[in-house]
Design a protein around this ligand. Structure first.
Ligand SMILES: Nc1ncnc2c1ncn2[C@@H]1O[C@H](COP(=O)(O)OP(=O)(O)OP(=O)(O)O)[C@@H](O)[C@H]1O
Length: 602
């Protein structure tokens, strides 16, 4: 969207559509009340002038009824004005909550629909951050601007109606004096927005440091390394730098705005003086003189408000543009129409697959040729950074290969609907999620469609070996996890890993992938895990990444990744009989387990 008049109108219109969609009834109430509030001002100006005239023309023996009537009417209008203001505030507060809910839903829905590749771009984080911190207040501000424009527009029409009877040229003259004020306001808004944008990434870093400092998991390391002070210093240095910049900007803006206000006041003074001299010459009544002076005052206020509102809307649009740019973000990262559902398969084949991450020039996977057969089990081994996890991400459909083909039973994977393809996988990543919820949710999130199937949950916990520690928790499966929440219980790293494995067992996905599943397990737990895996291997396709070669004999095939390529692939017997990378790594690890007379087979 462009930053021209048309672009701004489109953003304003889309924002108002948002506000309107959030709650139509509340918005209708706001518009009606705002209109009434606008009418009250010119009506009250006339009523007050009539009161003054009735008062000026009163004789000692006259009845006071006329004076009392106008005064009572004036008073009644003020009471009505006060009531409407309060009711309008109530509706505006409600509307603000509805808009908050509406925008939150839209943004989270969009975040949910983004692919992992979008999150490799730091700009996406800046955008989300800006949207999260600004979109609500800006859309409410645009609602307030709309309300202000309607109210001041009605006032403007009312008082123009009064002044036009007196001197129409005055209106044009007044409008002209406000043009420079509008330009100044827009320039200030643009500048502030540019400054805000230039700081986004640094401020995001500061927020990340602040939340890092209050994470329970991090506190132990911060206490030992005593890096809390250093982090605090970095946060406060960033703020101090911006504080110094803001001081300069605010000083200049204050000077400009004070000058603008003075010009406005002087204009008002000269207009009022002119009206008084002119009306006295033309022998107008006191009531009429007061009516014209008040009308000029109201007119200037209404024009001033409308101008400030336009400048604010322009400013808000700069922020709302980010929301709409974010919501309009292209989701399709592939030009293929992926509509076919994948329910079952016999084999997944990778042919000449190359892959590089968007930010890297080098390939992380090179010429990968591999067949994953349903019902078989695999172990992927290789040095750190060789590309094992990346291979899993490609296989499970999180990234598309840069070149080469993945096919399912001979059909290009790009034919299949992404989610239906991903439903075939249960993956335990190294950095799996610790859901801040209870144990049951942490397990059932593996396949939430089966959330009512508790016996399946108990079976999965049995298979993973998690059942024992879960039963010892204060509320067993209903125990809230993590100390940060009331009644929360902290569990160990290994116990979290067991839960993540249980989550995979709970899922019925035909392929289970586990990236370093035993890294945090004690020897007994590791043994239990392998018993569970032996069971799992019988019914599902299983792929494991592990630096521990204990699994090597359990699986049908071992895939060795060396320097981003598959260097070997075969059964344990085949690979151990070759003088390759696998034998080298296996022998190295086996030697480490050689304790005196006892040789522990890996
Ligand atoms: N999102 C990403 N963006 C850019 N580079 C990445 C990304 N993820 C991983 N890499 C890089 O890709 C390479 C392979 O990473 P990968 O995680 O696949 O290795 P790995 O074999 O699983 O390592 P480890 O055994 O340490 O888990 C590494 O050099 C890593 O820095």
């Amino acid at each position: 969207m462009k930053n021209n008049v048309r672009g701004n109108l489109v953003i304003t219109q889309r924002t108002l559509q948002f506000v309107w969609n959030a709650s139509r009834q509340t918005m209708t109430a706001i518009l009606i009340i705002t209109f009434l509030l606008g009418i009250i001002v010119p009506v009250n100006t006339i009523v007050w002038s009539r009161f003054l005239d009735a008062l000026a023309n009163i004789n000692p023996d006259d009845h006071l009824s006329k004076v009392i009537l106008w005064l009572a009417l004036n008073c009644g209008l003020w009471v009505l004005n006060g009531m409407l203001q309060k009711i309008n505030k109530y509706y505006k507060d409600m509307q603000s909550d509805y808009v908050n809910l509406y925008i939150t839903n839209k943004v989270l829905d969009k975040i949910n629909s983004l692919e992992i590749i979008h999150f490799d771009d730091p700009n996406v984080y800046d955008q989300i951050n800006k949207v999260n911190s600004e979109a609500l207040s800006r859309s409410i501000s645009i609602l307030n601007n709309l309300v202000s424009i309607i109210q001041n527009g009605v006032i403007l029409l009312g008082v123009i109606g009064i002044i036009i009877l007196y001197k129409p040229a005055m209106i044009a003259l007044l409008l002209l004096t406000f043009i420079p004020i509008l330009i100044i306001n827009i320039k200030i808004s643009s500048k502030l927005h540019n400054i805000y944008n230039s700081r986004l990434e640094n401020l995001r870093l500061v927020t990340a440091i602040k939340s890092l400092m209050i994470r329970y998991d991090n506190i132990k390391e911060l206490k030992i390394t005593q890096m809390g002070k250093e982090l605090l210093l970095r946060v406060s240095n960033t703020y101090k730098k911006y504080l110094a910049e803001d001081k300069k900007i605010r000083k200049r803006n204050t000077a400009i705005q004070t000058f603008g206000d003075s010009v406005e006041l002087l204009t008002k003074f000269f207009f009022t003086l002119y009206i008084i001299i002119d009306c006295i010459k033309r022998k107008f009544s006191v009531g009429n003189i007061v009516m014209y002076i008040t009308s000029i005052d109201n007119l200037m206020q209404a024009i001033g408000n409308i101008i400030v509102t336009f400048a604010n809307t322009y400013n808000d649009n700069l922020y709302m543009r980010t929301l709409f740019d974010f919501l309009d973000k292209e989701i399709a990262v592939s030009e293929h129409e992926r509509t076919v559902s994948l329910t079952h398969f016999k084999s997944i084949k990778l042919q000449h697959v190359f892959f590089k991450y968007p930010k890297l020039d080098k390939y992380v996977l090179e010429d990968i040729n591999l067949e994953i057969e349903a019902g078989k089990s695999y172990l992927i081994v290789g040095l750190n950074g060789s590309g094992k996890t990346t291979l899993i991400k490609i296989l499970s459909g999180l990234y598309e290969p840069s070149s080469g083909e993945i096919s399912v039973d001979g059909v290009d994977v790009l034919t299949y609907d992404k989610n239906s393809y991903r439903n075939n996988f249960a993956v335990v990543f190294q950095d799996f999620i610790h859901y801040p919820m209870d144990v049951a949710d942490n397990i059932k999130f593996g396949r939430y469609a089966d959330k009512d199937n508790n016996s399946k949950m108990y079976r999965a916990a049995q298979q993973s070996g998690a059942i024992e520690f879960i039963n010892k928790l204060p509320d067993a499966y209903e125990t809230q996890l993590q100390n940060e929440w009331s009644e929360g219980t902290e569990i160990s790293v290994g116990q979290w890993q067991k839960l993540a494995i249980t989550r995979a067992f709970f899922s019925d996905a035909p392929i289970t992938i586990m990236d370093e599943p035993t890294a945090s397990l004690d020897p007994i737990a590791e043994n239990e895990f392998y018993l569970g895996i032996e069971e799992m291997i019988k019914s599902r396709t299983c792929i494991m990444i592990s630096h521990r070669f204990t699994t090597a004999k359990l699986v049908d095939k071992i895939i060795v990744i060396d320097n981003h390529r598959i260097s070997e692939c075969g059964s344990f017997e085949e690979l151990i009989s070759r003088e390759g990378k696998f034998k080298e790594l296996f022998t190295l690890q086996a030697e480490k387990y050689n304790l005196g007379d006892v040789v522990y087979e890996a």
